[in-house]
Design a binder for this molecule. Structure first.
Ligand code: GCW
Length: 677
């Protein structure tokens, strides 16, 4: 059968064992569900899913007995009808209780959204033939689980690789919300509860009356899925759009302007999640323009949304993109901690500082941002990318969950106590009321959403791991494979193997040892261009010369960045012997002949890793080809095309990078490959 990909992991394909699932409930009771409420959606979704997966048509009612039914609703609604449910006592916001007992299924949410999540969980299980009985509670790791979309008013998407926007078109919010609804459904199934629909490089025209009405339509489309809309703001809006002669955050007129426009938006979107703000970064305006602090800027928005229960995500991606290459101690990696220095505790309670996972910019390997351990009295969220900006732009298979997992589990040892990054952004470690994650997704009108079928494992994994970061990336992946491609053993083993090898392979043939991705950084962020990193103000430097390479980020001789981490971690990174090889060139400037822990030199490791990574990419083609006939022809061919492309591009990467460093260092490859074609 043809698969257009737009259903992604929600295909509800019939399962082989459907007939052996005898004791199926005979109806669905969706408690107290008014149309367009998440519980109503849950009822409809259960009906659609059971029909597709098990081939049985169930009726949906709003009342009924709890025997031989699937009951879905909130805990309150359940208790009103059926009495106490002590098992569900430990539910937290958005959480759900799921109990499966032969022909009786209970799906109880702490709120309506939780009930919908429970319904999707039940469907995911039966779609994977996980028919086990039993009951369990599932609560979220953190309250904020959002996506960011970098969609521009004209419908283009910054760093989007799947066609134009589903939200915006020709300067306005789009009229056609079909795909918005479909996207909300996908996101709800992975427990995402907020979407920022426009680019952080924001345009103030989104605030026009016509567009506010449009935002209202988007929010209406997402509400049945428990997803709240949010928007990015341009800091200079009062001036550029409102006609004021200033946008100084401490000017009462400016404050009043924001309060007024915020009230206007909330009167159309009463449950708006809040605002996202990129200020004083990459040419964007911000409070520093008026010598005000970043906290002054963030708090201005916080006060405007506070009466409506909204929050402000304020990005930590603040840096100067004109730093001086000739200054050995200049370092973009220091920027976040430097810019937020002295501001901890100065942000209003409804402000969340949104921190990219690493100190630079979504590179193939970075240590966690030191800002995670510097803010103790400020709520934070982690920012990830599903869109593969520096990671192959969906033309390369790179399963990202293992990268995220390394960051989540990294123990920053704040005050010499366990301080995993995941415990910090949940709010747990420093007892913050808010916290969570945001991923830049950048879906487009392409039917595959991301431009590539296999890239969807990243979106799936993002949602699942935002809910529960302790889950293993391979387990998430295998659920996704089963839901997307079915039960064939060979399909499962092959896609698992390819995906789990894909991040290490990409790191090997692009930039290894912590040198960053080595892609073109000046514009495309695609393809090999190591020279573009250096000699400019962007600060994504490698400092490669004839003899040596790497950023000296030590306190002793370098930029001092290692010293931004808590003492135990600072000591590890300060010392070359305790710095792991995969971050060696991130923290140290060394000769090409520097021996690694493996005994190889840096340069020989470069050569070997590039051959190894490219060889792995070649093997993906053979692996994929072995699945011909096991997967519908359309998806098979589309993925095959991408794998052949990746294999070719990996060779380009390999040879470009190896030639570049051989020419620079004049050190031959011991295996006589580089320069010997
Ligand atoms: O990585 C850089 C991107 C920009 C992006 C910026 C940011 C939206 O190249 O395209 O701007 O990060 O995160 O603000």
């Amino acid at each position: 059968t043809a698969e257009d990909g737009s259903q992604a992991w929600l295909r509800y394909a019939p399962v082989p064992q459907a007939s052996s699932y005898q004791s199926l409930p005979s109806s669905i009771v969706a408690l107290n569900s008014t149309r367009s409420s998440p519980v109503y959606t849950a009822g409809q979704e259960l009906q659609r899913g059971v029909k597709g997966i098990l081939g049985k048509q169930l009726s949906v009612n709003s009342t009924g007995k709890s025997e031989s039914t699937i009951v879905v609703g909130t805990l309150n609604a359940y208790q009103e009808v059926f009495g106490n449910l002590d098992d569900a006592d430990d539910l937290e916001e958005d959480g759900f209780y799921l109990s499966i007992e032969d022909s009786k299924v209970l799906i109880i949410g702490q709120n309506e959204r939780g009930a919908l999540y429970g319904a999707f969980e039940y469907l995911s299980r039966i779609a994977q033939e996980m028919f086990e009985t039993g009951s369990s509670i599932s609560n979220p790791h953190a309250p904020i689980r959002w996506t960011n979309e970098w969609d521009n008013m004209d419908g283009s998407i910054e760093r989007g690789f799947a066609g134009p926007s589903i939200f915006l078109k020709n300067g306005y919010v789009t009229d056609n919300i079909t795909r918005v609804t479909e996207y909300a459904r996908l996101l709800a199934s992975i427990r995402i509860n907020g979407i920022i629909v426009n680019n952080v490089n924001a345009n103030a025209t989104l605030l026009s009356s016509r567009n506010i009405e449009g935002l209202g339509r988007l929010a209406d489309a997402m509400r049945p899925y428990g997803i709240q809309l949010g928007i990015s703001l341009n800091f200079a809006s009062p001036h550029d759009f409102g006609g004021l002669d200033t946008f100084d955050p401490l000017d009462p007129e400016v404050d009043a302007w924001w309060a007024n426009i915020t009230n206007k938006i909330y009167s159309r979107v009463p449950d708006m999640a809040g605002y996202l703000v990129k200020a004083n970064s990459e040419g964007q305006p911000g409070p520093l323009t008026y010598n005000r602090t970043l906290a002054d800027g963030a708090n201005m928005f916080a006060k405007a949304v506070e009466p409506h229960g909204g929050i402000v995500m304020f990005r930590a991606f603040v840096y100067d993109n004109h730093i001086s290459y000739s200054n050995w101690t200049a370092d973009r990696a220091n920027a976040a901690v430097d810019f937020f220095n002295g501001l901890d505790g100065k942000f209003d309670e409804n402000v969340v500082v949104q921190i990219k996972y690493g100190p630079i910019d979504f590179q193939v390997r970075e240590p966690p941002s030191p800002l995670f351990s510097a803010l103790r009295n400020t709520s934070v969220a982690i920012e990830l990318q599903v869109t593969q900006e520096y990671l192959g732009q969906q033309c390369h298979l790179v399963y990202l969950a293992p990268l995220w997992k390394e960051i989540f589990e990294f123990d920053l040892r704040a005050d010499s106590r366990p301080s995993k990054v995941k415990e910090i952004f949940s709010g747990e470690r420093f007892r913050r009321p808010l916290g969570g994650s945001a991923a830049v997704v950048n879906v487009g009108t392409n039917t595959t959403w991301l431009g590539s079928h296999l890239a969807m494992s990243n979106l799936y994994a993002y949602g699942i791991m935002a809910w529960d970061p302790s889950i293993e990336p391979e387990a998430v992946l295998q659920n996704w494979i089963r839901l997307t491609f079915g039960f064939d053993r060979q399909v499962m083993d092959t896609i698992t193997d390819m995906s789990m090898k894909s991040w290490p392979a990409y790191e090997n043939y692009t930039g290894n040892l912590g040198i960053q991705t080595l892609t073109d950084i000046l514009y495309t962020h695609y393809g090999p261009n190591p020279a573009s990193q250096d000699n400019n103000g962007w600060g994504q430097w490698t400092r490669a010369d004839q003899f040596s390479i790497g950023m000296d980020r030590t306190v002793k001789n370098g930029t001092g960045n290692a010293g931004q981490y808590p003492p135990e971690i600072a000591r590890t990174f300060e010392n070359i012997d305790t710095t792991p090889d995969n971050l060696l060139l991130w923290f140290h400037h060394v000769p090409y002949t520097q021996p690694l822990k493996s005994g190889k030199t840096v340069i020989q490791h470069f050569y070997d890793a590039h051959y190894e990574g490219a060889a792995t990419a070649q093997s993906f083609v053979k692996q994929w080809d072995s699945l011909e006939g096991q997967i519908d022809a359309e998806r098979f061919k589309e993925i095959q095309f991408r794998q052949v492309y990746q294999a070719g591009h990996a060779l380009v990467w390999r040879d470009f990078i190896n030639e570049f460093y051989r020419n620079l260092s004049s050190i031959p490859d011991e295996a006589k490959r580089v320069g010997h074609h």
